[in-house]
Design a binder for this molecule. Structure first.
Ligand code: ADP
Length: 400
């Protein structure tokens, strides 16, 4: 089955084409466009490239297009990207303004351009559907909870990949199988050997998730992707009283305050340098104290959440680093893991410093009882697999 995974940013369009069956997923092609203002020309250009490269005869040769939709009102899981999905994205467009309108537009463009190709959405919130109510609910009035204000969690496809792959690397086949089948079989009862993983997705936007036996028990992001760790230029967690206070003191509207929290905060706001940790690290190494503060604040927040999941899971067998910062920034990795030898976590500096771009690596010492692992992010593979399963269940139900 040929599955195209479309990754729609507010200003970018990236794609990966997989040939997938029950046993394997082969990446046939990938590409993307930056500074995008309209998706239709990108889709046309992508299809032309895929045809020129001999992967497709026509666009209709695709079996399905998968979308990593972020947050839907009253909707999650892996579902057909139909009007119900468009309504759900629209219902929460204020909560995920950088993501929801982009996906809604992208889905519409594919529907127009390739009407016979099935469109499937895998919501980023899907991985958190089994989180206990106590870890999911905010302490707010019922009327607020009734309109959907709660912790949803994001980066679900990335953390799910970590759940699957870390279990394989740690030799826990039972957990790997459970994690892979989660969206079809549900978690069910688990009686195999336990595996507790702290997954750190650290990139342009970042989150930490606790994963027990392949299933998420909680995550740092809450109602919106605005929350949790400091993000590249978004604030992360903030006391709600700050907004009315800032509005009064600085004479700005709530909308302007929100805009500044969305665009001028996070690593950018703290460092005053930029939103890319490479530039911030360089400034810090030249003695810029604010740049160092931004890095330290990120590290502190990662440790805060990792510590929370360590307690909640009664320990951890591994901490995993993934995404742009997690895969490449040795300072963040070593400082997150520092001073934890008594908890059984020992990073080996040489292993930490010598990881290769795009490669998996165990960076803890051989006698470290808690492993520290680098796993390159592979959200697209998770989406392709879920789309494949979704298509198969649909085929079975239509033929019944
Ligand atoms: P997103 O998909 O959310 O944009 P990525 O996982 O691509 O995130 O991560 C992007 C971030 O990762 C960049 O902002 C940068 O801070 C960091 N990053 C990417 N590559 C490197 C690298 N080689 N060294 C250090 N940091 C990197």
């Amino acid at each position: 089955m040929k599955v195209l995974v479309a990754n729609l940013g507010s200003t970018s369009f990236k794609y990966r084409l997989f040939e997938i069956d029950d046993t394997q997923a082969i990446l046939l092609a990938s590409g993307g466009f930056e500074r995008v203002t309209e998706y239709t020309p990108c889709i046309e250009s992508m299809l032309q490239t895929l045809m020129d490269e001999g992967h497709l005869d026509t666009g209709e040769d695709l079996d399905a297009v998968g979308f990593k939709t972020v947050l839907g009102k009253d909707l999650s899981g892996c579902v057909e990207a139909d009007d119900r999905v468009l309504e759900a994205l629209d219902g929460f467009k204020e909560v995920a303004p950088a993501h929801n309108p982009a996906y809604a537009e992208g889905i519409r463009c594919f529907r127009e351009k390739l009407p016979s190709v099935k469109r499937v959405a895998l919501f980023e919130t899907a991985f958190y559907q089994w989180v206990e109510p106590a870890a999911r609910e905010y302490a707010i009035p019922k009327s607020w909870r009734d309109i959907g204000i709660r912790r949803y969690g994001f980066h679900g496809a990335s953390h799910k990949f970590v759940a699957e792959r870390s279990a394989e690397l740690l030799g826990s086949e039972d957990v790997a199988r459970r994690a892979k089948g989660l969206y079809v079989d549900g978690p069910g009862e688990y009686s195999g050997s336990p595996l507790r993983v702290i997954s750190c997705h650290l990139g342009g936007s970042s989150s930490v998730t606790g994963i027990k036996n392949g299933v998420a028990i909680g995550t740092s992001m809450g109602f919106s992707p605005q929350s949790g760790l400091p993000q590249n230029n978004r604030v992360g967690d903030l006391d709600s009283m700050a907004i009315p206070y800032v509005s009064k003191m600085l004479g700005i509207t709530i909308e302007e305050a929100e805009n500044q929290l969305n665009k001028q905060s996070g690593l950018l706001g703290l460092s005053g340098i930029g939103n890319d940790i490479r530039d911030i690290s360089k400034a810090a190494s030249q003695g810029n104290a604010e740049a160092q503060l931004a890095i330290d604040a990120l590290i502190d927040s990662i440790r805060h959440w990792a510590g929370s999941f360590y307690f909640k899971m009664g320990g951890a067998d591994a901490i995993v680093f993934t995404a742009g910062i997690g895969e490449n920034n040795t300072e963040v990795r070593s400082k997150v893991c520092s001073g934890l030898e008594e908890f059984g976590l020992k990073i080996e500096a040489e292993k930490n410093e010598s990881t290769r771009l795009g490669a998996e690596a165990i960076i803890s010492a051989d006698d470290s009882t808690m492993k520290a692992i680098v796993i390159p992010a592979n959200e697209e593979l998770v989406i392709a697999r879920e789309v494949f399963r979704f298509m198969n269940t649909q085929l079975i139900s239509t033929s019944n």
